[in-house]
Design a protein. Structure first.
Length: 146
């Protein structure tokens, strides 16, 4: 199940921050969502077909960030794994149409996305002292040839 250009083009680009995951019904009704929303939609569709499915999260490797059309590069990203008899757990990224683990860097796997919440934190101090925070993750390949 690839979300396709009609829906994936509407993936929320709100700075990568979201406080909750939409239900599959909301994602279908709105015809947009985050990568977490699309993963949950695909998980529920697979489960309705009687297949085991689980939520996967963390990073996607983008070989060339400049001009890349891959959504989620350098940020936390989410996709799903579906258990296919004879093949085992196969990774599907419905946001980008990726089948298999090409360019997907798995950190957490869970039955439910609430069990794999992206890093969160809080600030305890004077509001005027808070200057903000930004995080950037760069994933690169390493040449292991001597």
């Amino acid at each position: 199940m690839f979300v396709g250009s009609n829906c994936a083009a509407r993936a929320l680009q709100s700075g990568g921050q979201t406080t909750r995951t939409q239900s599959p019904v909301q994602t279908l009704q709105l015809r947009r969502g985050t990568c977490r929303d699309f993963a949950v939609l695909m998980i529920e569709a697979a489960r309705l077909l009687g297949l085991a499915a689980r939520f996967v999260t963390r990073y996607i490797y983008v070989p060339s960030r400049d001009g890349s059309t891959t959504r989620g590069g350098g940020s936390t990203h989410a996709w799903c794994q579906i258990y296919l008899p004879g093949a085992g757990w196969v990774e599907f990224d419905p946001t980008n149409g990726i089948l298999g683990n090409r360019d997907l860097i798995r950190v957490a796997v869970a039955r439910d996305p609430r069990q794999a919440i992206p890093l969160t934190g809080s600030y305890d101090g004077d509001a005027s002292a808070y200057d903000g925070m930004s995080v950037q993750v760069n994933v690169t390949t390493e040449n292991t040839m001597p």
